[in-house]
Each structure stands twice: as C-alpha cells, then as structure tokens.
Design a protein around this ligand. Structure first.
Ligand code: NAD
Length: 347
C-alpha cells in the first residue's frame, strides 16, 4: 500500500509517527496545511482496531481542522493527533509527557488541545514538556460552552434563513446527545424560548433535562422522526445517513457533532429534500475560536472569544445565500469557500 495513494491523503504537509517504549505511547500527528498559520487541532485517545484506522482518522480530522479554522477566520492551519490504545488502561502521566515531547519536537508547527478521552488535566501534564498546548485550565479551559454558543447562533441563522424568524420562541428543536456541548446548547435554547425534544444514552442526563429544562425525552431511535423544525445532532458522527434521512421531519439540520454526514453525497440528498444543512465544521467552530485566542495572545480574554464566536452567524448566512444563488448544497459551498481562503488567505 502506498501512503500517498490513500483515499484520505490530501497532500498533508507532514505526518509523524511517535512512540515511546517506556510509557507505551503510540501516536500519529498529522499536519494537513499551514498556509494560514501553525496547525491547531485536538488530540484524540482511541482504541482503534488497527493502525490503518488510526491513520485514516487523523488524516480526515486534520483536513477538517484546516477547513474549520479557515472558515472561522483564524490564522491557524489544520492538524490533529491520535493516541492509539485503550485510554482506561494506557493513560499515564509518563505517556502524556511523552506525547508532550512529541508535540514539542514539531517546534510549534502543531498546537494540541483536548479531544475525545483527553481532558484539560491531561493537557496540563503534556504542557510540562511543551508550550505548544492550548485549552488549559485557567486560560481558555473547556471549549464546550463556546461550541454550544456558536451552535445556538448557527441555529438562529438557519431559522432566520429558512423560516424567516428572528426569534427561537416556539421553534421546536430535537437534540441528540446532551453532553458537554449538547446540554449547554439546550440551556441556551430554552432561554431563547425554544421547545426541546431530547435523547441520550445517559438516563441521568435525560432526567435532568426533563426536570430543569422541561424537555420531552424520546427514545434513541425516535429522535429523527420527531415533528420539529430543527434536528440538532450533538452526539456522534454519521447520524445523517440513508436510514435517518428517511425519517426526518425537520427542515433544518444544525448541531455541533463532527462529521455529521455519513457520506458526502448526503449533502445533495438533503438539498433535494428541501432540508437546510448547516455545515458541521462551520457551526461547531466556537471551541477552536476560543482556543485560538490562547495560541495568539499571552493574555487570554473570554469576552474577545465570545465576540469572535458571534461571527459564526454571518459566515453561515453567507454560506446559505451563496448555496441558494448557485443552486448548490451548503456543504459543497462551505468547502469551496474554505479552499478559497486556504489558497488566498483571509480577505
Ligand atoms: P460529550 O462526550 O460530552 O457528549 C456526547 C453526548 O452524546 C453524551 O452525553 C453521550 O451520552 C451522548 N451519546 C453518545 N452516543 C449517543 C447516541 N447513540 N444517541 C444519543 N446520545 C448519545 O461530547 P461533546 O464535547 O459534547 O461533543 C459532542 C459532539 O460535538 C462530538 O461529535 C464532538 O466531536 C463535537 N464537537 C465538540 C466540541 C467541543 O467543544 N466539545 C467542538 C466541536 C465539535
């Protein structure tokens, strides 16, 4: 197999395999593109079935970060890291420090942060070995609430564009996944007067949402067919697929999950059905915008981060308008806009 012929290889600038025998670290760091600035993107700790799956994941995720950072108006390129193995068995201070040294060896071409199974506390340990870590406690911290705020604004933009409404009062939203971002999003939706229908695999969280937010709880498979205006995927990727699309009654899809479309062609399928899809990497950029300020500035400022997150509304409006004018799916248009920024810089 030639690495350069892999489907997910997209002329990544650098892909580094890192290992440390003593701690058991096995990691891959992928730097996709640094045209706009140093690569930035989180580190995921995952028990991949094989190394090829880990490589595929890091290639796709790092490319996604290049597009996300470009559309968020950031002077950052795209990168990502994956640590291979079961975090419950393998995660140790020594391993996280070894990862920190691997990041440090890239001399600032890649900034790491939290992602799945990596916490702010883990990043603090890696930070002992390298300054190229963001999302630290006491600085930008947990990106979840910023991602949730950006997602709320994305839902507002979609509701304005599709339904012509300036308010979320009475708008019905089905939220899949009430985690760090999803729950915070529900709180904000509730405060704006939206009606919530929710699902999660965690019963405790569902009980809390029913009690605190007056949310209607439905089964895992019933979330798609709810009679709502907006479906907000906030759990795992690929929730928009041939099966779920058949059930959807929502005319807007807008949520924080990464890689929402199971296949790229679903972008066109949604357009043909008259469903407005809010491209995932544009709507969920709030967290990386927050992290970016920590990378740029010595003094992190949450207020500045919040005002930058607010740009997500206008960026999405541009995507929706261009897609309507050119009769193209929104995901295709977002990709075109991102590629233009990556090639020519921010205007
Ligand atoms: P999280 O792990 O805190 O929350 C995920 C939630 O989804 C959990 O409550 C979990 O129980 C639930 N869940 C899992 N499987 C489910 C299923 N089959 N049906 C319904 N619910 C299910 O994660 P998070 O940080 O809130 O991130 C959520 C999504 O947003 C992920 O796709 C993540 O990649 C993406 N995202 C997060 C951020 C961020 O700032 N945290 C930024 C960008 C994108």
């Amino acid at each position: 197999m030639s690495y350069f012929d892999l489907v997910d290889f997209d002329h990544h600038e650098q892909v580094v395999y890192c290992s440390d025998e003593q701690s058991g670290l096995k990691a891959i760091i992928a730097i996709h593109n640094t045209n706009l600035g140093p690569a930035a993107g989180g580190c995921r700790f995952w028990d991949y079935s094989n190394d090829a799956d880990a490589l595929k994941d890091v290639l796709r995720l790092s490319k996604g970060m290049t597009y996300k950072n470009a559309m968020a108006g950031l002077k950052l390129g795209g990168g990502k890291a994956v640590i291979i193995g079961n975090p419950k068995k393998l995660k140790s201070e020594e391993l996280l420090k070894a990862f920190g040294r691997a990041v440090n060896n890239l001399n600032g071409r890649y900034y790491t942060a939290e992602d799945v199974n990596i916490t702010t506390a883990d990043m603090a340990i890696a930070h002992q070995e390298t300054p190229f870590v963001s999302g630290l406690e006491g600085k930008s911290g947990n990106p979840g609430p910023f991602t949730a705020y950006g997602t709320l604004l994305g839902i507002k933009a979609a509701v304005k564009f599709k339904l012509g409404k300036d308010t979320l009062s009475g708008v019905r939203v089905a939220v899949q996944g009430l985690g760090s971002v999803g729950y915070s999003l529900c709180e904000q939706l509730k405060a704006e007067g939206a009606e919530l229908i929710v699902t999660d695999i965690n019963q405790e969280t569902l009980d809390k949402a029913a009690k605190e937010l007056n949310a209607t709880v439905v089964g895992l498979d019933d979330i798609y067919s709810q009679d709502v205006d907006v479906y907000a995927p906030c759990a795992l990727g690929s929730s928009i697929n041939d099966e779920s699309i058949k059930q959807l009654k929502a005319i807007i899809i807008a949520g924080c999950a990464n890689n929402q479309l199971a296949e790229a062609r679903h972008d066109q399928v949604l357009k043909d059905l008259g469903i407005l899809y809010t491209p995932d990497y544009v709507i969920n950029a709030g967290g990386i915008i927050n992290v970016a300020l920590e990378i740029y500035e010595t003094e992190y400022c949450a207020k500045t981060a919040t005002s930058l997150v607010e740009n997500i509304y206008n960026t999405l409006m541009q995507v929706f308008e261009k897609a309507a004018q050119e009769d193209l799916p929104t995901g295709v248009v977002a990709d075109q806009m991102a590629r233009d920024i990556i090639a020519n810089g921010h205007k």
